[in-house]
Ligand binder design. Sequence first.
Ligand code: SF4
Length: 358
Amino acid sequence: MNFEKLKTLLTEQQEPAYRLAQAERAFYIELADRWEEMAVYPKALRQRCAEALPWKELSSVHVQESPKGDTVKTLFACADGQKIEAVLMCHQDERNTVCVSSQIGCAMACTFCATGTMGIKRNLTSGEIIEQVLHYARLLKIKNERVSNVVFMGMGEPMHNYDAVLSAIRTLNHHDGFNLGARHFSISTCGVVPGILRLADEPLQINLAISLHSAINEIRSSIMPVNRAYPLEKLMPAVRVYMEKTNRKVMFEYLLLKGINDRPEDARALAKLLGPDFRLAHVNLIKYHETEMFQGTSRGERVAFLDELRALHVPATHRITFGEDIDAACGQLAVREEQGRVKQGLAAVRAAKARVLP
Ligand code: SF4
């Protein structure tokens, strides 16, 4: 719902100010699904509003549920026809996490990521981000459950759409509305330093995750082009500033790519990079879902890497992955129509990898 447009419409109709608050309540608290559910509006007003303004800016066009029933991936169409994806992950401890997209495509071109092969099309509006969350909140309401966490780990680099991302978080956090606590939001960045520094100054206690994937510049640059602009010597001081200003733990995401970043020397480099300076750091090891580009690691190899890190006193865990069977896991979000382009992109990335990696 575009509430700015609704406000204008209600003003033009000379409706009292409380009409806007009624719609906001229905949208964010009662989780109404359509104009017809706005029983507090007189029928004529409801019809005029429905003709002028859609209740939802996103429409669900395809849904995939994992056979285990713990993951739902939804393909949404925006009003301009562009497609995005968002994923609901239902944890055994009753937490329900929504992984949202912040952009259509992504400019960062990480070589292990399906979205990275699409290129950037446009930023999402805060309304489009909010609606991904509300879509799942409506589904969960049927089971008497609610969204407990929102992670910006879907399509796009959230720091490249900073204002819309923060605006969406502020709206969903508002105590008179959806009322999800700030600590239940996590922004994951591939390492955009200005965004990290900006987030450090926000009054909201939002979690930060860094997609690190290697503690060696040469390797990181070969799989994440962002590292050429913001190498580890720039990234890590920015993370330190964030930790000092917020006193919050920072997650370092580490996708294990066989033969690329999973060797004992990679674990040692990671331990050295984090060192005692980063007492609030925590490493999340992530299983890579094998593609034509890279091989994943076996469970035994991941456990061995985890043991290596722990022996080096690095706080680390092995993240449970959801949705592997429906391409909803980390690095797998890319809309269906893009699959052909993704394949072409992978071929280009393969060629690039051959140039940069021995
Ligand atoms: S991993 Fe994230 S930042 Fe990198 S290309 Fe994919 S969506 Fe973009």
